[in-house]
Design a protein around this ligand. Structure first.
Ligand SMILES: [Zn+2]
Length: 282
């Protein structure tokens, strides 16, 4: 899907679809409530797209998140239930006429494997940057949490996705809100992880927000109480969503949702009874 925000071009580019356990995606929300927004398979898994955001602005080419990438073993592919009928992120970029060498900046919303696995690729025995000319932007706190994980977080913080980049000098650690280009900025949106960030694009009187995992599906953005079991600070995430709901309503901002197969992009409106409601873009 493509969008124009002022003179900036945005494009959701796919790294495929993964099937995730619904218990993770919906946490404590009962199945009777969520099954109208996501249809589970026989293993109680629901599809989650891995849509990365390509931003072209002022002659710069920026990609936000890199999906799961191509380093997974066949067993890993099976565990994630990966479907890539049209290839992965690099293939999606090539269809847009963009080679890996063309990317100027990679932003990682956070360092969970489904958002940064495509940062690096295997070349022989070596792990090398997928985007060799890019600077990779990560919040310093996120990098610290990923580099020193605990028993709960270690399964998704996989060193091969970021340590080789740190060692080769490709990573730029940022502290808090940071401008990528005029009107394009990283904003800290804590809760899913402590150092999680999203990307805001405000150009020419228009606005968009790439949420990352601040909200997994559109329904998680509508309903503050709905959140995944993966959020390390759920009540912090709830307040983050409250803040960005207000922003979305005030700016009529386009909301870009990396994991929602049914509504990858939409707008929040106040709705009836004051209950916010997401409406998808056609
Ligand atoms: Zn995710």
């Amino acid at each position: 899907m493509r969008f124009q925000i002022g003179d900036g071009e945005l494009h959701l580019v796919s790294d495929g679809v993964a099937w995730s356990d619904a218990g993770g995606v919906f946490g404590v929300v009962p199945r009777a409530l969520w099954e109208h927004v996501a249809e589970p398979d026989a293993h109680n898994r629901v599809p989650m797209s891995m849509d990365c955001l390509l931003i072209r602005v002022d002659g710069r080419v920026i990609i936000v998140d890199t999906g799961l990438g191509d380093k997974l073993t066949p067993k890993g592919m099976d565990i994630w239930g990966i479907e890539r009928p049209e290839g992965g992120l690099v293939d999606s970029l090539r269809r847009e006429g963009i080679a890996p060498e063309d990317i100027d900046v990679v932003v990682n919303t956070h360092l969970h494997a489904d958002h940064c696995g495509g940062n690096t690729t295997r070349r022989g025995d070596a792990i090398v940057p997928t985007f060799p000319n890019a600077e990779y932007w990560v919040q310093r706190l996120e990098y610290a949490d990923a580099a020193f994980p605990n028993e709960r977080t270690c399964a998704t913080y996989l060193p091969e996705n970021f340590v080789p980049l740190y060692e080769s000098g490709h990573i730029r650690l940022i502290d808090g809100e940071t401008e990528l280009a005029p009107g394009v900025r990283c904003v800290v949106t804590p809760g899913h992880t402590r150092g999680h960030q999203s990307v805001v694009i405000e150009r020419g009187g228009q606005a968009a927000l790439y949420t990352g995992d601040m909200t997994t599906f559109a329904v998680h953005f509508e309903r503050l109480a709905w959140m995944t079991a993966y959020d390390v600070e759920p009540l912090v995430n709830l307040e983050t969503k409250r803040t960005w709901q207000r922003w979305a309503l005030a700016h009529k901002g386009l909301i870009l949702l990396p994991h929602d197969t049914r509504m990858p992009a939409g707008y929040l409106t106040a709705g009836q009874n004051g209950k916010p409601r997401m409406t998808g873009c056609k």
